[in-house]
Design a protein around this ligand. Sequence first.
Ligand code: AMP
Ligand code: MG
Length: 481
Amino acid sequence: MQNDFGFNFDNTYATLPESFFSLLGPSSLTSPELVLFNDELAHFLGLSTEAMRSEDGIAFLAGTKVPPGGVLLAQAYAGHQFSHFTMLGDGRALLLGEQITPSGERYDIQLKGSGRTPYSRGGDGKATLGPMLREYIISEAMADIFPTTRSLAVITTGEKVARETLLPGAVLTRVAKSHLRVGTFQFAAGRGRDQELKTLADYAINRHYPEAFQDANPYLSFYRAVVHTQASLIAQWMLIGFVHGVMNTDNMAISGETIDYGPCAFLDIYDPSTVYSSIDHYGRYAYGNQPKIAAWNLARFAETLLPLIDSDQEKARDLATIELESFSGKYDQHFLAGMRKKLGLKDSHEEDAALIHDLLELMREHKADYTNTFLDLTFQRFDEHDLYRLEGFASWRERWEKRRGTWEEAQALMKRSNPALIPRNHRVEEVLRAAVQERDYKPLKKLLSALKEPFAHSPEQAEFASPPESNDIPYRTFCGT
Ligand code: AMP
Ligand code: MG
């Protein structure tokens, strides 16, 4: 049912067996304040930008009032966190409802940081302003680059939240095709009730891969679709230099959207061993490990589906293994195709993999900036880095130039495939500092605006494109913030 706010909820997750969620009441906060609101996304969702800014609108975004047609719930899930299996669930998130957009698509609207839930374990259920603004910036910056959850709003709660120091509390409104995770399936499988598992799988297929029902073995077909979607997603991360940072199975979405931007960051210098997260001591989620970890997570996903794939578990395992083994080939295809575009190559040749590998190896060896190297190639700026004066590079460039078609065409393709800027870690920190410490949102909004059209290559963007002046102090990110 529509209303002044534009909410048009149809809550299907709440029809799953009740073990999959906990119904919650509204939270209590006295002085929520809207600090960021995404008009464009609101419009896409069919929400009124005006009504959502009203007192009631803000109360919905704070979780203190139930929106018309909404059902507040926290979802149950499990997950392998740094390879250790744990029962989890939304410990600090609240689903408001599933919004049907004017174009008929279904999106979860979820609040992150809205208070304790039955899954909070020892946590306070809260989030702090810096990390919620960070997720807003990065998810919105990636919206035109790879599939991702989106950010509708950030509100401050008026509370102080105890971390290492007292920090301002905040709630992020996150929008996703769904919040079904590999971990949701692990939760269902862990309960050992095949009927519940089947209900969940049918639900996920219906919501994300309905064509799988046409297949003789819908659950195998569903698995294949998720494997291929993830192969494509991870290749896109790698192409942009994105390090997710916490690829636990509960942070891998069945929809193929990037989810949970906690400790993520972007490569400055190209180095596959790059790790930013302060808790990733062994580099499990290093940039270069991401494809391998995705495959590991997908193996855990397969294990949950075996009872549905075939009643003969050995046969089910063999069938799923074939699909899982297709991951690396699919990933390579996507990565190669994307790299060709970044280099302005419009067709494919056998020697491309070597051409790409050799460039990346030169970049690694000579500590070249990942994003800017591709921009330098795009704009033929060969005086920007020592790398370009090396003989090794000159011979690589010769091979590349021979391989390319006309420069105009190649350059146009490169401009469309190499972003003018990414949310540079040091730039993001700068604008967060101003916003959190001085409540000055101007720098943040300026950065958001520069990030909006990543392939515009405008002068406004060039200002944000420079790498950090020094890499002496490694950049660190934090989870559970
Ligand atoms: P994440 O690493 O952000 O994906 O979170 C892992 C799990 O910890 C999820 O189940 C979260 O809901 C939960 N969690 C993170 N922070 C908090 C918090 N402050 N209070 C309660 N649960 C939390
Ligand atoms: Mg998570």
